[in-house]
Design a protein around this ligand. Structure first.
Ligand code: COA
Length: 181
């Protein structure tokens, strides 16, 4: 069971979570399992990132569809069947990510907190959670924007998928030792 932990990316020598665990603590942010009362804050971070970042890559109708997926009510429902983490700065939610089966879902960081290692820390923690449940390979349907982020973490592009106007990048990563992607 994950306990609240604090992570620091900048101490890392690579981008694939190797040697990630057990780092010294950071005073910047804390990762903790999401609770029902986090649904409103999670939805706010996700919608903010969609409007300010993903809207550059997708048409308005697609963005509106995505925004509707992440109302507080819908996020609360997603929390029921996903293992979800939040990144907190003090009491403020600044990032989130989840695992559903063998899939990484909904990794979003508030645009005001990008490039500080929060996304990296979230995905590394999600990988640890998945590995502890015996999952050997993780998948993600990456947004166009996040492709380089996932590549930096060792995810490999397998295909491009289209859901209406939404183009996503299907990527995988072997998280068990001696597995290839
Ligand atoms: C993708 C996202 C979660 C990354 O979060 P983040 O906290 O900014 O990422 P990190 O700071 O941990 O980045 C780790 C590394 O990934 C790579 N990376 C991250 N963002 C990148 C970008 N925009 N362009 C190129 N590389 C990037 C870099 O190698 C980075 O290390 P560096 O900053 O030392 O160069 C964030 O940009 C985001 O929320 N995007 C909008 C929502 C989205 O598309 N989510 C994915 C849904 S599938």
């Amino acid at each position: 069971m994950l306990r609240p932990t604090q992570r620091r990316l900048r101490a890392q020598s690579d981008m694939e979570c190797v040697g990630y665990y057990g780092l010294q603590m950071s005073d910047e942010y804390t990762l903790t399992p999401a609770k029902t009362e986090h649904a409103e804050g999670i939805g706010r971070v996700i919608r903010d990132a969609i409007e300010r970042i993903n809207a550059r890559d997708y048409p308005p109708a697609e963005i509106n569809r995505l925004l509707r997926n992440f109302t507080t009510e819908n996020v609360a429902a997603l929390l029921e069947h996903r293992q979800t983490l939040v990144a907190l700065v003090g009491e403020e939610i600044v990032g989130t990510g989840a695992i559903q089966g063998a899939e990484v879902k909904s990794v979003f960081v508030s645009p005001d907190w990008h490039r500080k290692g929060i996304g990296y820390a979230l995905v590394c923690e999600l990988e640890e959670m998945a590995a502890s449940r015996g999952i050997e390979t993780l998948e993600v349907s990456s947004s166009l924007f996040a492709k380089q982020f996932y590549s930096a973490l060792g995810y490999i592009e397998k295909s491009r998928n289209f859901f209406g106007d939404e183009e996503t990048v299907h990527m995988t990563k072997a998280i068990a030792p001696n597995q290839s992607s």
